[in-house]
Design a protein around this ligand. Structure first.
Ligand code: FAD
Length: 566
């Protein structure tokens, strides 16, 4: 199957989803199905990962068309947006997970799941090397090989410590359900330790100092949850020490929630100030020891602060086996796997990457935009009407919503000025469009347009898009005339992936949430909290988890959160 950019992409072959695989060796091709032509051999699709991207892909894939193998070290899907709620017992861990076998069984069809992790991708031989985390097979090392026709890499990311000394050993992360459970136990341990009779006041204060490093959405939501847990539940149970509790939120940038609208950032900082959460912006954590966190600020120099529990939530990094794979395919200098707009891993046949482990190469996006303008301007000698430019921009926005978001954020002054020159009758009035000037402005965008955010929303949309492409593969082969290509001659079989931003939430505690919806519509307060409840109840993966999550919320309203340390 050719993957060259100037050729039509083909989607024939076996799809392998990296999730988990049974006992080892090469995997046999499945028999042809009764509704397929005689002699039809299903391609093997291997899917790595059962998170947002992998599970959405599997749920939308037509299981009759492929022999699908799913490989993942965890045999369930986790609804990550509710993990901060799990840390404080607002929602129970089992309410946010759904067994992958149940999801696959509901779909029916030819799926196999193996609980194992991939530790090496061998694209030259189209094989992946896996290891069962149960650690046993006939050879005793739990390792086995799986071959694929198509590989879908949906392995997400790991927490990034930026090599800060002591973080791995002393801090909690908040990435998996187990992390949230550990945090919950640790919070209770801190309270119990601080209540012991032989401690002096300083020691009690140290145990009750909760530090959150990273002022992004996860860190902010955890700090808000913890504050609610302490004020609404624990203060009644530990009245003698509740005044010693301190929550600090440390952020290296000048503000928290920098990816949100300024109004939300300001509201969050003011609210946390009123709640007594110590927001320290402009501080960079440089070391974490067993007893103290050391942070740096140009004005104050190094400060070492004693703490009882620390949660590290500063961003994500690439998994080591993905780094190894990137080296093999000439992407060693990149931060995450680069794909094209059809989510195919660059320079690697029949491998697709979706979700947090991948990004669409922005340089390519900029080349495409430049090309769109060049083609439109061909017979116009650098002069387009304002209306024509607006039409071109609409086209660009549809293909690349991140460019629109960027334009909206008013940082794209170079291009915006070029476009705003025309006034009056936009149908007739021309505006000088100097292509060289335009390219200069584009280079500004190239360095600054942000990658799609690493969110469940992006991962799920990519999983769904890719499944649609796989489902249409056979039809597309019979009728290869697809939508118009952006670059070069001919037509492309599938539309490129387009992300639709549906908005984002930042729960801030005290039954208040900030919501930033499409069109830069911002809503903050109690009404947004109810919107948050409705959206997250709706987005649950099954009726079972929906019922469990709603009943957990109800239980918390009536009885409060459970404070036992289990
Ligand atoms: P994941 O969902 O992380 O799934 C990765 C899968 O790969 C897992 O099944 C894992 O077990 C598997 N895997 C790992 N290593 C291997 C291997 N070697 N071989 C095979 N499989 C492997 N996003 C939002 O849009 N809204 C939110 O409110 C939100 N809140 C969040 C709160 C928290 C606490 C966290 C941690 C994240 C939140 N996110 C949110 C981000 C969102 O969870 C991620 O962007 C999303 O999970 C990415 O999906 P993914 O499929 O790429 O990766």
């Amino acid at each position: 199957a050719s993957r060259a950019f100037n050729n039509r992409p083909t989607f024939t072959g076996l799809v392998v989803v990296l999730a988990a695989s049974s006992g080892g060796g090469l995997v046999a091709y499945a028999d042809s199905q009764p509704d397929q032509p005689q002699g039809f051999k299903k391609k093997k699709v291997v899917v790595l990962g059962t998170g947002w991207a992998g599970t959405t892909f599997l749920r939308n894939l037509d299981s009759k068309l492929y022999d699908v193998q799913v490989i993942s070290p965890r045999n369930y899907f986790a609804f990550t947006p509710l993990l901060p709620s799990v840390t404080c017992g607002t929602v129970e861990p089992r309410s946010v997970v759904e067994p992958i076998r149940r999801i696959l069984e509901k779909k029916g069809g030819d799926f196999k799941f193996w609980e194992a992790e991939c530790f090496k991708i061998d694209p030259a031989n189209k094989k992946i090397h896996c290891r069962s985390n149960m650690g046993t097979n006939l050879d005793g090392n739990g390792e086995f090989l799986v071959d694929y026709d198509y590989l879908v890499v949906a392995v997400g990311a790991r927490s990034n410590t930026f090599n800060t000394p002591g973080v791995t050993e002393n801090c909690h992360f908040l990435k998996e359900v187990e992390d949230a459970q550990k945090i919950r136990r640790s919070v209770m341990d801190c309270f119990e330790k601080a209540s012991l009779p032989y401690l002096n006041e300083e020691e009690r204060k140290k145990n009750l100092h909760f530090v959150v490093v990273g002022g992004g959405p996860t860190g902010v939501e955890f700090a808000a949850e913890l504050h609610d847990f302490v004020t609404e539940d624990l203060s009644k149970l530990y009245p003698s020490i509740q005044h010693l509790v301190k929550i600090s939120l440390i952020e290296a940038a000048d503000h928290i929630l920098t990816m949100f609208d300024k109004r939300i950032t300001n509201f969050a900082e003011d609210k946390f100030g009123r709640d007594g959460i110590d927001v320290k912006t402009g501080y960079k954590v440089v070391k974490v020891s067993k007893d103290a966190i050391t942070m740096q600020n140009p004005a104050t120099g190094d400060i070492a602060v004693p703490y009882g529990m620390a949660v590290w939530s500063t961003g994500i990094g690439t998994r080591p086996f993905v780094v190894d794979f990137m080296k093999q395919i000439g992407q060693a200098n990149r931060r995450v796997l680069a794909t094209d707009e059809w989510l195919r891993v660059r320079e690697c046949d029949d491998v697709y990457a979706v979700g947090d482990c991948a990004t669409i190469n922005q340089r390519r996006v900029m080349e495409d935009i430049s090309e769109i303008f060049r083609v439109a301007d061909k017979d116009k000698s650098g002069t387009l009407t304002v209306k024509e430019i607006q039409d071109i921009l609409e086209d660009i926005y549809v293909r690349y919503p991140q460019v629109k978001l960027y334009m909206k954020s008013k940082q794209l002054n170079g291009i915006a000025d070029l476009i705003r020159t025309g006034k009056g009758d936009t149908e007739k009035e021309s505006v000088e469009l100097n292509i060289e000037e335009f390219k200069k402005a584009l280079s500004l965008v190239d360095s600054q347009v942000k990658n799609l955010p690493a969110t469940a929303q992006v991962a799920a949309q990519q999983g769904q898009y890719l499944a649609t492409c796989f489902n249409k593969m056979q039809t597309a082969e019979q009728n290869p005339e697809g939508p118009i290509r952006i670059r070069g001659e001919g037509r492309h079989r599938f539309n490129p992936f387009r992300y639709r931003h549906l908005g984002q939430f930042a729960p801030l505690g005290g039954e208040q949430t900030a919501a930033q919806l499409p069109g830069d519509w911002v809503s903050i307060g109690h009404s947004s909290q109810w919107l948050w409840y409705s959206v997250y109840a709706t987005k649950q993966i099954s009726w079972r988890t929906r019922a469990l999550v709603i009943s957990d919320w109800g239980r918390r309203f009536i009885f409060g959160r459970d404070s036992s340390g289990i």
